[in-house]
Each structure stands twice: as structure tokens, then as C-alpha cells.
Design a protein around this ligand. Structure first.
Ligand code: PMP
Ligand code: GLN
Length: 379
């Protein structure tokens, strides 16, 4: 078989989590919580699964869930969306990203994305015959130079993919970033995919923006989010895509043949959470800010240098004071010799910069972070 993705291997997340398990290392690599989701949510899932909610959900998702998503968007960003026509429930953000990219990208189209980039974007572009145009963001703050983006736009550019709060850097777009993005998208008739899976994890009381907050941008955007992140259930693979009716209609044509619909009992359980426990969503920023701060305090005595983290549940650290190994070798060494697993940053770049930076996930119980920091402070 001729590979459609010759450059792709097993994802770094699978590789590092597997190595961590094999080495019985503390796993701060792949991004997922090591603590339980709320009892209410788990009980709701059990309730629906044991009361007959086990057949296909409607293709775009159950209506109550779509209605509660619309209510949340209204509350958070003041945007009014139609739950019937503009919200589609998906099997995780990963499915939504693949479907949105497939809906937009045709052979020969160019797609601008920012490195370090989440690993699923480029293969989805390639599968659709598109060409990923990578713009590199730099340490320590990973801000976008919009002038550079403007220069990268050609007659073939069809789409820009953005991700704020940004995995892996923790960078969060400012109001000016969103305005600049909106101008480029509108002036050049582009589409935008806004990956906002960490939307509720923005720290230091910074204003919360979203493509949803910018009316002209929203008219040309597929906005993607994930309940896995928001409710600490990454294994449920439940997310959604918000887009204007005409775009959602194209999105659904593909979604209906990728999965048709997503896991029914989880849709009902999450709908109840959005209806009755919105405070869990709104409290997420404070919850993770506390973890960011305690992890940073624990690492203060180490030789790792922490980079800024404005959002997400990831902390980048520079280890150049400790080792000359490249970041992939350093992560393997750290996992095998010291039993703490992390993710190397270079794997998120088309052209990796010459830096010594790795990513830790701090979505962990205090004891896990404490145990990891004890090791890291001795290096
Ligand atoms: N986008 C980004 C930036 C992510 O970090 C993740 C999760 N790791 C996803 C998309 C995929 O989300 P899901 O697990 O809901 O498919
Ligand atoms: N999004 C998670 C991360 O960045 C991993 C998801 C996955 O394993 N595909 O660590």
C-alpha cells in the first residue's frame, strides 16, 4: 500500500505514555488528568446508560446538549448561535478538527498553521491534498507576528488554524491578536478553524476571548472545543464544532459518514452538567491556576527555567542548565533514568528550533506533582 502519510509515525503522546508505563514513571507527558471527574457527572453517565439511553443519538448531537452549549457561549462570549443549525456534537475535538479541515481543504489549497502545532492538524491537511504552511512561534512567549502571517498569504491560501489557549506553550491570544486574525480572514476571504479546547483555562483574570467574540471572524470560522478537557474526562471523546449554518451543513455532510453520531449517554450526562453545574466550567481557570502555581513553586528550587504559562494545563521548561541532550533524548533519559515523563517540544515543529525545551502536564493530583518535583529538583 502506498502510504498517504509517509512522514507520520506513532504520535509522541502514545510513545511517551507507553514508555512511562513501561518504566513505571510519573507521567507528566500526554495531557490528561490523573484525578477523578465529579461524582455527579459519573452518576449521570451511569444513570443514562442504565435507563435505556444507549442507541444512536441524532446525527448532530442531542438537542438539549446543543442548547446548553449555545447558552454557555451566550454567557461566556455574548454570541447567540442557533443550536439546531450551528452546533454539532462530535467524538472529541480531534474528530471535529479532521471534519472541519476536510470540509474546507481541497487539493492544492494552502493552510497556515503555527508551530509548535498540535499534531493532528498537518496530517488532516495532507489527507485532503492541501499544503500546510508552517509559521514558527518562538520562545519564550510564542506570540504571533501578524505581519509575517500577512506575508505568508497567497492566492492559494484557504484556511488559518489557530489554537488559543495554545498547546503546548500556554500562550493566550490578546484582543489585538484576535482583531488581527479577523482582519486577515475577512480581507482575504479565508476560513478559520479555531481550536479552543482549553478555552476555560485562562489564568490571572485575563479577559476571556474566543473566535465567538468577534462577529465577522465567527462568520467564517469553525470553532472547536472538547468536554474531555472541561470535565476531566478525556477518554469520553466528546466535543463540538460551532459554525454558521452554511458551514455547519458542509461539516455535517462529512461528520455523518465519519461517525454519524457520538456516544449517547455521555451527551445526556454532559447536558445535565451544563444545565445544573455551570460553576464547574467557570471554576476551571481558578482550579488549574492553582495547580500551575503550586507546580511552579515546587520547581523553583530546580535548575529548570519555567516559561510563561497564561492558560492550558501545560508548563514549558527550559533544561539547558542541566543537559546538552536534544529534547527527544532528554525526555527518554528523564523517563528511563529518573522516572518522570515529559513531551519534547521539537516534535511540534516542521523545522525545530535549536532549543532545550520540554512540556510537563500539570493536570495532576498534588501528590503526583510533589513526587515529580522531588525528582526534578535533584537533577
Ligand atoms: N486540540 C488540542 C490543542 C488538544 O490539546 C487536544 C487534546 N489533547 C485536542 C485538540 C483533541 O481533543 P479531544 O481529546 O477532545 O479529541
Ligand atoms: N492533547 C493531548 C496532549 O497534548 C494528547 C492527546 C492525544 O494523545 N492524542 O498531550
Amino acid at each position: 500500500l502506498t502510504s498517504k502519510l509517509p512522514a507520520v509515525g506513532t504520535t509522541i503522546f502514545s510513545q511517551m505514555s507507553q514508555l512511562a508505563a513501561q518504566q513505571q514513571a510519573i507521567n507528566l507527558s500526554q495531557g490528561f488528568p490523573d484525578f477523578a471527574a465529579s461524582d455527579v457527572l459519573i452518576n449521570r453517565l451511569a444513570h443514562y446508560a442504565s435507563h435505556g439511553y444507549n442507541q444512536y443519538a441524532p446525527m448532530p448531537g442531542i438537542l438539549p446538549l446543543r442548547e446548553h452549549i449555545a447558552t454557555l457561549l451566550q454567557y461566556c462570549y455574548g454570541r447567540s448561535v442557533c443550536p439546531q443549525q450551528e452546533v454539532t456534537v462530535t467524538s472529541g475535538a480531534t474528530e471535529a478538527l479532521l471534519v472541519a479541515i476536510s470540509a474546507v481543504v481541497a487539493a492544492g489549497d494552502e493552510v497556515i498553521l503555527f508551530d509548535p502545532a498540535y499534531d493532528s492538524y498537518a496530517p488532516a491537511i495532507t489527507l485532503n491534498g492541501g499544503k500546510a504552511v508552517h509559521i514558527a512561534l518562538q520562545a519564550p512567549d510564542y506570540r504571533v507576528d501578524w505581519q509575517q502571517v500577512a506575508q505568508a498569504i497567497t492566492a492559494r491560501t484557504k484556511l488559518i488554524i489557530v489554537n488559543s489557549p495554545h498547546n503546548p506553550s500556554g500562550m493566550v491570544f490578546s484582543n489585538a491578536d484576535w482583531q488581527a486574525l479577523q482582519s486577515l480572514v475577512v480581507n482575504h476571504n479565508l476560513y478559520c478553524i479555531s481550536d479552543e479546547v482549553y478555552e476555560h483555562m485562562v489564568f490571572d483574570a485575563a479577559p476571556r476571548h474566543s473566535a465567538n467574540s468577534f462577529a465577522e471572524l465567527a462568520q467564517r470560522s469553525f470553532i472547536v472545543s472538547s468536554f474531555g478537557k472541561t470535565f476531566h474526562v478525556t477518554g469520553w471523546k466528546l466535543g463540538y464544532c460551532v459554525a454558521p449554518a452554511a458551514l455547519s451543513s458542509e461539516f455535517r455532510k462529512i461528520h455523518q459518514y465519519v461517525t454519524f453520531s457520538s456516544f449517547t449517554p455521555a451527551q445526556y450526562a454532559i447536558a445535565d452538567m451544563l444545565a445544573e453545574h455551570r460553576e464547574q466550567v467557570l471554576g476551571l481557570a481558578a482550579f488549574y491556576q492553582q495547580k500551575r502555581d503550586s507546580f511552579a513553586a515546587l520547581l523553583a528550587a530546580s535548575r529548570f527555567r519555567l516559561l510563561p504559562c497564561q492558560g492550558t494545563y501545560f508548563q514549558l521548561v527550559d533544561y539547558s542548565a542541566l543537559s546538552k541532550l536534544d529534547d527527544v533524548a532528554f525526555c527518554r533519559w528523564l523517563t528511563i533514568e529518573h522516572k518522570v515523563a515529559a513531551i519534547p517540544l521539537s516534535v511540534f515543529y516542521q523545522t525545530p528550533p535549536d532549543s532545550r525545551i520540554i512540556r510537563f502536564c500539570f493536570a495532576k493530583q498534588p501528590a503526583t506533582l510533589q513526587a515529580a518535583a522531588e525528582v526534578l529538583c535533584k537533577l
